[in-house]
Design a protein around this ligand. Structure first.
Ligand code: PLP
Ligand code: COI
Length: 353
């Protein structure tokens, strides 16, 4: 594909690496390309980062026709830059697009866009371990009409933000609240897609949890409010009496790339991993009997994040001894080791830039 590049004439200063936070600062450029039915994708371009203009009737503003992805460019110990399983993000973006009746992108083009953009923004990939250049591809419908139908016009964009840790806690254990009123999605809905609407619907419970001192919400299934699903921005795993359990992908949960990678790493290390339904009653029983040895979340932004406390109803439970567990630490070290190029990658997950 041809990508036209217009470089900025006013490059910004890179902020200090110890003050990055998550998703607050943006690089010098952004990728944009447009779509129209009958014409396909056209006008692929990298331009200086800036505001965009939308017709007030644009589909995204009224009916939420929007999907996104999240992945990172990592600075290797040897100074090089690499992506982690980027094709998985391209494929998942297309699955989300299919669910939301947005146009698909050619997979090879998707990867080329990511690599070309990161190459251009290379200086923005921070160097300290634990920091990275967070990449946010997104797509939205922008038909200039109020009819409800599959969009005829769309825009795909990619922006990037040098980032540190997602949680203020860093690798220290987070406190999570199990939500039993609001639900995130249901089977048959959009839970498996990465669409903005899922996050908009999650915000109320997240705010409630935050006011009570919790980092995020752990969702239960939307029909029976019985089975554990996932956390606001990460999938979840538990070590119960020696068995590692993670909720089955039933259609209402995001099929996380970090989740999939954790399962592969754990199995290769000889752990027993079960993808199955896990009821909140079983989890509470394990917490009360001391059988819940470890709990952690996993996601691109969250990496591998130990869960130190879980609240359900009016009770708060400490997970294990409240500190990062052995398996969680091992997983964190292995995954981040591969991602930041400190360890060899026996899985073929790394894409060098
Ligand atoms: N679940 C939700 C709701 C998320 O937003 C994310 C983040 O992307 C994840 C799970 C983890 O997915 P991944 O590991 O692909 O980043
Ligand atoms: C990611 O981990 O990439 C995400 O998309 C989570 C996000 C909602 C911050």
């Amino acid at each position: 594909m041809e990508i036209k590049i217009t470089k900025t004439t006013t490059p910004k200063e890179m902020p200090s690496e110890d003050k990055l936070g998550f998703g607050k600062v943006f690089t010098d450029h952004m990728f944009v390309m447009d779509y129209e039915t009958g014409k396909g994708w056209y006008d692929a371009r990298i331009v200086p980062f800036g505001n965009i203009s939308l017709h007030p009737a644009s589909t995204v503003l009224h009916y939420g026709a929007e999907i996104f992805e999240g992945l990172k460019a990592y600075r290797r110990l040897d100074g090089g830059v690499q992506l982690f399983r980027p094709m998985e993000n391209v494929k998942r973006m297309n699955n989300s697009a299919e669910r939301m009746c947005l146009p698909l992108i050619d997979e090879k083009d998707g990867l080329e866009i990511l690599k070309t953009f990161v190459k251009l923004e290379e200086r923005w990939v921070p160097k300290s371990f634990g920091t990275s250049l967070y990449l946010r591809p997104f797509m939205f419908g922008n038909d200039e009409s109020l009819g409800v139908h599959a969009v005829k016009r769309a825009t795909f964009m990619l922006i990037a933000s040098p980032s540190g840790s997602y949680y203020a806690e860093g690798i220290n254990p987070v406190k999570i609240m199990i939500e039993s009123e609001d639900v995130r999605t249901v089977r048959g809905g959009t839970g498996y897609a990465k669409c903005g609407g899922n996050y908009a619907a999650s915000t109320r419970a997240g705010e409630k949890a935050s006011k009570m001192g919790y980092s995020q919400v752990l969702w239960l299934d939307g029909v029976e409010r019985k089975y554990i699903e996932e956390v606001g921005a990460m999938n979840v795993m538990f070590k119960i009496d020696g068995e590692i359990v993670t909720p089955l992908l039933t259609g209402s949960i995001l099929p996380g790339i970090t989740r999939k990678s954790c399962i592969e790493v754990l199995k290769a290390k000889g752990y027993k991993v079960s993808e199955r339904l896990l009821s909140v009653d079983e989890l509470v029983e394990a917490l009360e009997s001391g059988k819940l040895e470890e709990a952690w979340g996993c996601g691109t932004a969250a990496v591998v994040s130990p869960i130190g406390k879980l609240a359900y109803g009016d009770k708060e439970y400490v997970v294990g001894d409240g500190k990062i567990g052995e398996v969680t630490q091992d997983l964190y070290d292995t995954l981040t080791g591969i991602q930041w190029g400190k360890l060899a990658d026996p899985y073929g997950w790394i894409e060098r830039i």
